[in-house]
Design a protein around this ligand. Structure first.
Ligand code: SF4
Ligand code: SF4
Length: 558
């Protein structure tokens, strides 16, 4: 027997946000005339306790089996309304939201009649779609309580330790034969003046001896298949392959130091990088009376537009080390802008000045010129060129993205930014996550970071990764792709190739090659359904039928 559809429509005034610009009483009156609508209510604020209770009571008393709320943005309020439907005993996915605030009252503030007419159209379309909604159940999938951390620098080691200390087994993969990444090159760490090699040694020892960490050095990632909770990883250690499964993955692959070949007479001896200088300090080979540092070498230019953020502080820190070793050594820093963000960095900057470090601003258009025993620089305040004596020139060069980033981003289907660093899911809301669930990032893999930032990010990524591991079961919103017409599917794999989240696979069935949806990995983005030329796939709450019905309601006005 066909279901008796009973739709309740709630028109929200949003205070004066909607009612100040649209004729809400007439929208409520109009809603009563729409097919299957048995109950209508205009609320001052539908999302208030009173409004929510009115929805819940109407579901029970009027036996509503579909709810439409005409109000604000589903992005902010849909979860609340769905939950309220659920609390009143209605499947939360028998709910439809119509945005008459952002799409009508806000954009048509000066056009009350036209805005109200548009809201009428949208409500009619929402009601038409609601009649075809089907109940959906949350999708659950078990999580393999193990983690893969890619990269054995300070970020990777910190993440691995944090997860291992919580009792999860961690595979820590490092492609080189030694742990430590860029930290291996450093001398002292600002602002606390910590010995980098002591810190590194302690961390390597802790990681190496932790019973929950499988340390895989000289190891490359060959393949990663799967989705949150179930990743199948194949790695190769000195040519020997091994497979293991994990539930989550942290990318901590770090970055590389830009080598300024061909710039400012760089030769690695008299003209060196800040990283070379750190090695001189470590090996006690530093010897110079007149040091000139040049900032932004190979950065903030046409080829590399970004600021590497940490080079100014490295230069300031190293200038202080030189001055503290020998106050007579002259140190000049030629800069374009100084990035000394935060109170501690600003204090170090001021301290360096007190120690006698001289700062000269140069113009990108008139860069310094490195000569045999001097550096020529145009001082734009004095309006003339200066010749600064030098017996050591130190170039501050940026960190650049690792060469494996592209391959890894393809393996995991995660995005890179324009500079080939890994790109977070959202700069504010998901700074340590990717859009793909179950994959997290930290440290220089994301963007040049100080040691403190890298450690904070690593702990944050480990916390994020711990959430699915601790839950043991992933619950995903059931707005996903479904194979609506199996017979129509030709198993061509077009949708599989285009799915940004690896949520589809081709499987062999009794009817031949067919696509299979992995619901827990699917984000319901709709790429597959709109691509399939056979119309075999549908998004379950935006089916072709529902969308067609919305369009029909719009065109026919009924
Ligand atoms: Fe090809 Fe469509 Fe089947 Fe995907 S669902 S394999 S695009 S026929
Ligand atoms: Fe992939 Fe389709 Fe799901 Fe989008 S809707 S994530 S393309 S399966």
């Amino acid at each position: 027997m066909a279901e008796d559809i009973r739709i309740g429509v709630f028109v929200c005034d949003c205070g004066s946000n909607i009612a100040g610009y649209l004729d809400c009483p007439s929208l409520a009156e109009y809603s009563e005339t729409l097919p299957n609508v048995v109950f209508v209510k205009e609320n001052l604020y539908t999302c208030s306790e009173t409004g929510i209770n009115e929805i819940k009571n109407a579901i029970k008393e009027e036996k509503l089996n579909r709810v439409v709320v005409a109000s604000c943005s589903p992005r902010t309020h849909e979860p609340l309304f769905r939950e309220s439907c659920g609390e009143a005993g209605l499947n939360p996915y028998l709910f439809e939201m119509v945005n008459i605030r952002d799409q009508c009252s806000w954009v048509h503030m000066q056009e009350r009649e036209e805005g109200t007419n548009k809201a009428r159209d949208l409500i009619r379309m929402g009601v038409a779609k609601a009649a075809l909604l089907q109940p959906q159940e949350p999708i659950q999938s078990e999580v393999d309580p193990k983690a893969l951390v890619i990269g054995g620098g300070i970020s990777g080691m910190t993440s691995a330790m944090a997860l291992a200390n919580r009792g999860y087994q961690v595979f820590l993969v490092e492609k080189s034969s030694e742990m430590g990444g860029l930290l291996r090159n450093l001398h002292k760490l600002a602002p606390a003046n910590v010995d980098a090699q002591e810190l590194l040694a302690k961390q390597v020892e802790a990681v190496s001896n932790h019973e929950n960490i499988s340390l895989l050095t000289s190891t490359t990632i060959n393949e990663i298949q799967g989705y949150i909770g179930h990743y199948e990883v194949t790695v190769s250690t000195n040519g020997v392959a091994q497979d293991f499964g994990v539930g989550v993955i942290i990318i901590a692959t770090g970055a590389k130091v830009f080598r300024p070949e061909g710039l400012f007479n760089y030769d690695g001896k008299r003209v060196i990088t800040q990283f070379d200088l750190e090695a001189f300090f470590r090996n006690k080979k530093f010897k110079a009376d007149n040091v000139v540092m040049i900032q932004c070498v190979g950065a903030r230019n046409e080829e590399r537009k970004y600021c590497s953020r940490i080079c100014c502080m490295i230069a300031i820190k190293n200038a202080i080390v030189i001055k503290e070793q020998n106050p007579e050594t002259s140190v000049h820093i030629l800069y374009r802008d100084i990035q000394a963000y935060g109170t501690e960095n600003e204090a170090l900057f001021q301290h360096s000045k007190q120690l006698g470090v001289r700062y000269i601003k140069y113009d990108q258009e008139r860069p310094p010129e490195v000569q045999e025993n001097a550096v020529k620089v145009y001082h734009h305040l004095l309006g003339r060129e200066l010749e600064i004596p030098q017996d050591l020139v130190v170039l501050s060069t940026p960190l650049i993205a690792g060469e494996d980033n592209e391959a890894l981003s393809k393996l995991l289907r995660v995005t890179l930014d324009a500079n080939k660093f890994f790109l977070e899911g959202h700069v504010k809301l998901k700074p340590l996550d990717f859009a793909t669930d179950g994959v997290y990032l930290c440290g220089n893999a994301h963007y040049p970071a100080t040691l403190r930032e890298a450690i904070s990010q690593a702990l944050g990524a480990a916390s994020r990764a711990s959430i699915p591991l601790a839950k043991g079961v992933m619950t995903v919103e059931p707005i996903v792709s479904v194979l609506a017409d199996e017979d129509a599917c030709r198993g061509c794999g077009l949708c599989v190739a285009l799915c940004p989240y690896s949520a589809l696979e081709i499987v062999q069935t009794e009817k031949g090659r067919k696509v299979r949806v992995i619901p827990v990995a699917c984000k319901g983005c709709g790429v597959c359904a709109s691509t399939c030329y056979q119309h075999a796939l549908d998004i379950n709450v935006y089916t072709d039928d529902q969308v067609e019905e919305q369009i029909r309601a719009f065109l026919t006005g009924s």
